[in-house]
Design a protein around this ligand. Structure first.
Ligand SMILES: Cc1cc2nc3c(=O)[nH]c(=O)nc-3n(C[C@H](O)[C@H](O)[C@H](O)COP(=O)(O)OP(=O)(O)OC[C@H]3O[C@@H](n4cnc5c(N)ncnc54)[C@H](O)[C@@H]3O)c2cc1C
Length: 435
């Protein structure tokens, strides 16, 4: 892999997401050789993926080259590599570009869509975890309207304009809100010869409220916002299958829809060699102690979505969100320095800064530890926080200009079918599975 031997201990990080990058930054300028491996050469700012899917932002503005984040750091190496297997006895890693040894290993591989074994949904539904997937969804949404315009079969036309989003967490809520805004503000102008009022956006939640991880106040308000935008919110319904045309549920309700977006489950991205049953918790997460050390495996740590750290305050592990990943990355960075200096490590303590979701223009909900608010102010806070955490000055400027432009013009100009999505294209779907 063309990485020189060094007298410094080698710390290998798998994954340049929120956690991996926060950790790598902490390890810069330390007496260690740091190697970061990722199967993409960019960091993906997942919270804004739904805006790519709905033409609000170009994909490049939410991605950032990993090499640039860590430019100029001495003893730092990045390799574009897909990690295939870890041998924890020999302290060795196998990747698609070769093998390498490590002294300390940090797994920060994040999470992927969990279909809970439902092949119908997996094969026919759409996911939104990666940039290629967000682009596929963008193409499919637009292709559906182009097709709806051409067909004289009313039944087919309605199915093409019927969107089913499964999962009432922030991703489902944000996507549903964005689609509703497109229906209201853009479709009538783009397709004056199509009755786009008949387009339906359905958000399906198996529980009795949307945004279940937030306060009841936030759930109620968000539901009200969605209904105002014309989204059909279905609660206490479980989707059981999707064959590409019909969505079946555990009650009598069925939906004929050309698009189903699955936002109802995630699971950790595992690594072969660290997949023994005793190492794993719910959702495939690696059990770690309060120092992010994988329990019982010498020199191996895990953080972020892939790590399950059970504490008194978080008996089921920390939420799979950016903040726990970033904070664990920073804490582990400091701990690894302490470990190299022969000092005791400090346990991780999560500082909950709150959570938020946006539903649309001037409509967001924010839960902070001591205060909750909704509406216009929440929406501005949501925008500010996302701009702040977006990596790269250029990205911040581009996203800010896009948002101002979209706000003033009621527009989303990235509604482009650059790479057509063929629903039955198995090759493309299989490629996506590797993402
Ligand atoms: C649509 C969507 C919206 C979200 N919105 C929010 C939000 O509003 N707020 C919030 O806090 N959180 C949000 N999240 C969750 C947040 O993005 C994750 O919790 C966060 O990214 C976890 O960080 P991480 O470092 O653990 O993993 P990630 O950021 O996912 O990074 C994992 C990295 O590992 C790499 N990788 C994986 N496997 C391998 C391998 N075998 N070899 C090499 N590299 C590998 C991947 O390419 C990736 O770069 C959202 C997630 C999604 C999908």
């Amino acid at each position: 892999m063309n990485i020189p031997q060094s007298s410094y201990p080698r710390i290998v990080i798998i994954g340049g997401g929120f956690g991996g990058i926060a950790l790598a930054k902490k390890l810069s300028n330390q007496d260690a050789q740091v190697v970061l491996l990722d199967k993409h050469n960019y960091h993906n700012f997942q919270p804004l993926l739904y805006q790519v899917s709905t033409g609000g932002l170009e994909p490049d503005s939410i991605a950032y080259p990993i090499r640039k984040v860590l430019q100029g750091y001495p003893n730092f190496y990045f390799r574009l590599a897909n990690v295939k297997e870890v041998d924890t006895d020999k302290k060795n890693i196998k990747t698609n570009i070769g093998e390498m040894s490590y002294d300390y290993l940090v797994v920060a591989t994040g999470s992927e869509t969990n279909y809970f074994g439902n092949k119908g949904i997996e094969n026919n539904g759409m996911a939104m975890k990666t940039i290629p997937q967000a682009l596929n969804l963008r193409s499919l949404i637009l292709e559906n309207f182009e097709q709806a315009l051409l067909t004289d079969n009313l039944h087919e036309r309605e199915a093409l304009m019927n969107f089913v989003i499964v999962g009432g967490g922030p991703t489902g809520v944000e996507l549903a809100g964005a689609l509703a805004e497109i229906k209201k503000g853009i479709l009538p102008k783009d397709y004056p010869d199509l009755d786009t009022r008949r387009a339906q956006i359905n958000l399906i939640q198996s529980g009795d409220r949307i945004l279940p991880a937030m306060s009841e106040q936030a759930s109620e308000k968000a539901e009200g916002f969605l209904e105002k935008l014309g989204v059909n919110v279905w609660k206490n319904i479980r989707v059981t299958n999707y064959d590409g045309k019909v969505v079946t549920t555990d009650c009598d309700t069925v939906f004929e829809a050309a698009t189903l977006v699955w936002a109802a489950g995630v699971q950790a991205v595992g690594v072969k060699g660290l997949d023994a049953e005793n190492l794993l918790a719910r959702g495939n997460r690696l059990k770690v102690d309060q120092f992010n050390q994988v329990q019982g495996v010498d020199g191996v740590f895990a953080l972020g979505d892939v790590a399950q750290m059970e504490t008194e305050a978080y008996p089921k592990g920390h939420p799979m969100m950016a903040q726990p990943a970033i904070q664990q990355g920073r804490n582990l960075g400091e701990n690894l320095v302490r470990l190299l200096d022969g000092e005791p490590m400090k346990p991780f303590k999560y500082r909950d800064k709150g959570s938020m979701a946006t539903v649309g223009r001037n409509k967001a909900v924010v839960d902070m530890p001591n205060i909750r608010y909704q509406g216009v102010f929440a929406w501005f806070v949501w925008m500010f926080v996302h701009l702040y955490f977006l990596i790269g000055f250029r990205n911040r400027v581009v996203v800010f200009i896009n948002w101002v432009y979209n706000y003033i013009r009621f527009d989303r100009e990235a509604r482009l079918i650059i790479r057509p999505f063929k629903k039955q294209n198995r090759v493309e779907r299989d490629t996506l599975k590797q993402d």
